[in-house]
Design a protein around this ligand. Structure first.
Ligand SMILES: Cc1ncc(COP(=O)(O)OP(=O)(O)O)c(N)n1
Ligand SMILES: Cc1nc(C(=O)O)sc1CCOP(=O)(O)O
Ligand SMILES: [Mg+2]
Length: 199
């Protein structure tokens, strides 16, 4: 398994991707939750072009068919997405895959697909997404890590730079972040702070 960067911001626009690429982020996700099919395609296409130019790995959330059509290298899918996604088609296209999990059952389902990372969340309470799952806590990170073998463990949900050492010490390999960057008064400065800790 390849070693992936620790800092993994989730971005909701081409502008966000552009900013991350310019500041030197090496691994990011495009997570767009609104807009028509062609607008989303256009955003994916532009974001992939920016990421390629900057040598930044860009993961496309949810839109796996568009990701194949637009030549993406990475896709992230949740459990609901997996119901209709064609994982074999993703693999035939050479696309690496990240999968969300929140319970032991979901973890076992994800492991059957031999993903390139597994995400566990929410570690802490999050305001970004309404979830039926309550906060997992740090103990769950070590439990997941022990079951993952070589597969990198990504953690998500309520994680801030101040909380990052604790999640890494518990066994996380990758830290996915939304609001710690997007709601910061100065997102560029916050990205720089993350990169100065985890280049
Ligand atoms: C790194 C990472 N972890 C979890 C998620 C959540 O995926 P999903 O459960 O499909 O929910 P949405 O993001 O699609 O709302 C993620 N996107 N990235
Ligand atoms: C998109 C998402 N998925 C989660 C999961 O647990 O699967 S938590 C989450 C939101 C993460 O945002 P923030 O860093 O602002 O808490
Ligand atoms: Mg999803």
């Amino acid at each position: 398994m390849m070693s992936l960067p620790i800092f993994y911001p989730l971005l909701d626009s081409v502008e966000g991707v552009e900013l991350a690429a310019r500041l030197g982020v090496r691994f990011a996700q495009l997570r767009i939750k609104s807009g028509g099919h062609e607008t989303i395609r256009d955003n994916i296409r532009q974001s992939l072009a920016i990421a390629r130019e900057a040598n930044m790995m860009l993961v496309i959330n949810d839109h796996w068919q568009l990701a194949i059509e637009e030549g993406a290298d990475w896709v992230h899918l949740g459990q609901e997405d997996l119901i209709q996604a064609d994982v074999n088609a993703l693999r035939r296209a050479g696309i690496s895959l990240g999968i969300s999990t929140h319970s032991q059952e979901e973890l076992e389902r994800a492991l059957l697909l031999n993903p390139d990372y597994i995400a566990l969340g929410p570690i802490y309470p999050t305001q970004t997404k309404s979830l039926t799952w309550s906060a997992q806590g740090l103990g769950r990170i070590s439990e997941w890590k022990a079951q993952l073998g070589q597969i990198p463990l990504c953690v998500i949900g309520g994680i801030t730079l101040e909380r990052s050492s604790a999640v890494l010490a518990s066994g996380a390999d990758i830290i996915a972040v939304v609001s710690d960057v997007s709601l910061h008064p100065d997102p560029s400065e916050r990205i720089r702070e993350w990169l100065s800790c985890y280049c």
